[in-house]
Structures are given as C-alpha cells and as structure tokens.
Write a protein that binds this ligand. Structure first.
Ligand code: ASP
Length: 440
C-alpha cells in the first residue's frame, strides 16, 4: 500500500464505503452501519477537531511573531479579507446567473410539491434549522462583532469558537512583537515546537483517513432513503453542482494566472483536503489537513497559512454562498414566484455574502443561514417550512460538494496572498515517519 498516493487511498476508501452503504441498504443493514461502522468516522472527525485549536494557536502565534513587522500583518489582513469578499461575490453571481437561466423550479408539478411538503415539512431537520436561524436572528446588529472578542479563552477553545481563538492568537502574536526579543523567544519557541507536534499529529491521523472515509461514506449512503424525490430535485441539484464546478475552474485560473503554478499540480497537492471536506461536510474538521497540505505540499509560509486558512474556514464560504443564492431563487420559483424581482435578487447578493460569513464551518450550517437570506427578502414566514422542505432531501450531498469548494477557495486565496507577499516557496513535504527510525 505504501506506494499508492494518499489521495488514491482515500478515493478507494470512499468508493468502497459507498458500495458497502448500498449493499447494507439492500439488506436492511442500516443499524449495523450506524452501530459498528459510523463510530469510526466519528472518531476520526473528533481527532481532527481535537487538534484544530492547538494548531491555530501555534501556527498563528509563531507566524505573526515571524513577520516581525506590524504593518505587514495589517497588509496581509486587508488583502485576505478583500480577496475573500471578491471570490464570494463571484460565487453568488455565478449561482444567481445559473438559477435564473436554467429556472429549475419553474413548472414543478403540484403533486411533487405536495409530496415533498408532506414528507419533510415537519421533519425534525427542517424545524431545527428554522429554530436555529430564529435564535441567531434575535441578536442585535453588532452581535457578530461582539462575538469575536472572548472573555474567557479557555471557554472559547472548548466551544471551538474559531474567530475568538484567532483574535486571541493574533493579540498574543502582536504583543510578542511589542516586547524585547529575548523576552519573547521562550514563548515563540514553545509555539514553534507545538506547531511541529500538531503537524506531525495531522500526518499520523491521516494514516487512518482511507478507513475513516469508508465509514463516513457508508453512513451517508444509508441515510438516503428516498431516491424518487432525489430525482425530482435533480435539476436543482445539478445547477448547484455546475456552479460549484465553475468555481473550482475559477480558482484554477487564479492559481495559473496569479500564483503561476500548474492547476494540476495544485489539485494533486490539495486533493486529500478536498476529499476530506467531501466526506466530512465540515471545513472546520478539515482545517488541520488543509493547513498541512498548504504549508508542506504547496509551500505557503506558516505566517500566511496560519492566518488566511483559519479565518477562511470561518468566514470564506464561496460554495455556501453560491448554494444559498441558487436555493433561495429555486424556492421562490417553486412557491413564491411573485417575489422574483431584481431588487430581491440584489438583496440576496448582499445577504448571501453576510450569511456565508456567518455560517459555521459544520455540516448543514449553510441551510440555517439560508433562512436568514429568505427572511431578508420578506419571504412569507408561513411558507418557510415548505421552502426548506423542498431542498432538504438533497442538502447532504450538496453540503458535501459545497464544502469542497469552501476548502479549495481558502487554499487558493492563501496561495495568492502568499505569492503577493513573496511567501510562496518550494514545498518540503514531511512524512509521519521521518524521525521514526531514530526512536523505534
Ligand atoms: N458544511 C459547510 C462547511 O463546513 C457549511 C455549509 O455550507 O453548510 O464549509
């Protein structure tokens, strides 16, 4: 097995997991999968989440102190945020163009709508999403800003509040620059060492990735129980997938033109992170792997990747915003065509941008924030459960695809920012066993 590249091992694991899932569906073995297979996927995701916070802390604190210049931090921050907003706008415009051109929701038969409504309108998943969105909405307009500043960093770490951890790490990193170098050195050394250890943990955890994706995919397949409804929503789903594919094309163009690297080279190096994004539907769980790939296999310096990637995992969700644009217009085409004016679509551009920034990097978060997008255009609240019911059946596969785009977007932007700051170098990949022979 040693000679097969990691991404092929992961792909084989995924395919076997899919086949296994279908077989288990056929023999009514769903409970077996849930009891005996799925937990291995959960363990893997837990391990990735376990190292995400120490990794952000270590690489950001070390990275910022390496920059040795506060104006460079400001420069990097401004570039990152502007490129993130730019790519998200491109994603929303692509999404809205496709859905308005193809019109997947126009002419859907009334009995199909009725079927979907009966099946999903009161589904716990749909009701949950609406309740979660209502809870988010109740807060004041500046609450998202307030939420960036922690009062207890241990609690922020425990709750994996990414932006709070990033703020704390930036604050510590900047203050390390503001004290004399000899006083800062011991702490910088500790974080440097912690960073090496956590990166090694990523390598070790990734040894299990092919088996974990088997479990994750089998678990996804056993949840698909209504292929008939899936087929009815195929046109809508294909619009989202086509838009996401165009986004990947757009990133590859940026990689070629601005970073002057071959798109195939980029895909080859980043693919394990993309495959994990697909299997886990969570940019946050994928973050440690994205960081490892971008730093060690693409050659982005720590000081850039340590900032751009964690921020991106939280605020840059191009796939999610594209999906929100398409889903909102699709729902209107089906059940509220009178709302389909130009002004409403303009409002969707803005709210989908904000909603994607506000979406958590976890499975299904994009659908919660879709409620906010719909409410911003005064979508009738009594139609909301039906609207969400319409897209619920295909949400998981689309979530998997949009998470791939979210992660690829972050990796692309980190490359562009690194290139613009002259911090993109020849990569030096490390293996989990580089030092194993000396200690075994
Ligand atoms: N699952 C997505 C992510 O983690 C968010 C979403 O669109 O639901 O990036």
């Amino acid at each position: 097995m040693k000679k097969i590249p990691l991404h092929w091992k992961i792909i084989i694991g995924m395919l076997l997991g899919i086949i296994f899932g279908f077989i288990m569906n056929a023999v009514s073995g769903q409970k077996f999968v849930a009891d005996w297979i799925a937990p291995f996927g959960t363990i893997f995701i837990n391990l990735l989440k376990l190292i995400a916070v120490p990794l952000i802390l270590a690489s950001l604190i070390k990275g910022i102190s390496d920059l040795k210049d506060i104006s460079k931090i400001r420069d990097m921050g401004l570039r990152t945020i502007s490129i993130y907003i730019g790519t998200t706008m491109v994603a929303i415009v692509i999404g809205l163009s496709i859905v308005n051109l193809v019109k997947p929701g126009t002419g859907m038969p009334a009995d199909t709508i009725e079927n979907i409504k009966l099946k999903y309108e009161n589904d716990a998943g749909v009701v949950d999403k609406i309740n979660m969105a209502t809870a988010t909405k109740g807060a004041g307009p500046l609450q998202p800003l307030v939420d960036i500043f922690p009062s207890n960093i241990i609690q922020s770490m425990g709750d994996t509040k990414m932006l709070q951890v990033i703020f704390f790490a930036l604050f510590v990193g900047i203050c390390l620059l503001l004290i004399p170098e000899e006083k800062a050195k011991p702490m910088v050394d500790i974080f440097d060492s912690l960073n090496e250890v956590v990166m090694k943990m990523v390598d070790v955890i990734m040894l299990f990735a092919p088996y974990a994706v088997f479990a994750l995919m089998a678990n996804v397949i056993i949840a698909f129980d209504d292929t008939e409804i899936l087929l009815k929503l195929l046109q809508y789903a294909l619009c989202v997938v086509a838009g996401l594919a165009l986004m990947i094309g757009f990133y590859l163009l940026l990689v070629r033109i601005y970073a002057k690297k071959s798109p195939l080279w980029f895909l080859n190096r980043i693919s394990p992170a993309q495959l994990l994004a697909f299997s886990t539907s969570s940019s946050a769980a994928t973050l440690p792997v994205t960081m490892e790939r971008v730093e060690e296999h693409i050659g982005v310096d720590k000081e850039v990747s340590g900032f751009v990637l964690p921020v991106g995992a939280t605020v840059n969700m191009d796939g999610t915003s594209l999906y929100q644009g398409i889903a909102a217009v699709f729902i209107m085409q089906v059940i509220w065509p009178e709302g389909l004016g130009f002004t409403n679509q303009l409002v969707i551009v803005l709210t989908a941008l904000l909603a994607s920034i506000g979406s958590a990097a976890v499975p299904s978060a994009g659908m919660v924030m879709l409620v906010i997008v719909l409410e911003s255009i005064n979508f009738p609240s009594e139609l909301l459960p039906i609207g969400l019911a319409l897209i619920f059946a295909v949400d998981r596969p689309l979530d998997m695809c949009r998470t791939v785009v979210n992660v690829t977007g972050d990796a692309t932007v980190s490359m562009l920012v690194a290139k613009s700051l002259d911090k993109l170098h020849e990569p030096h990949p490390k293996e989990w066993d580089d030092n194993y022979h000396a200690v075994k």
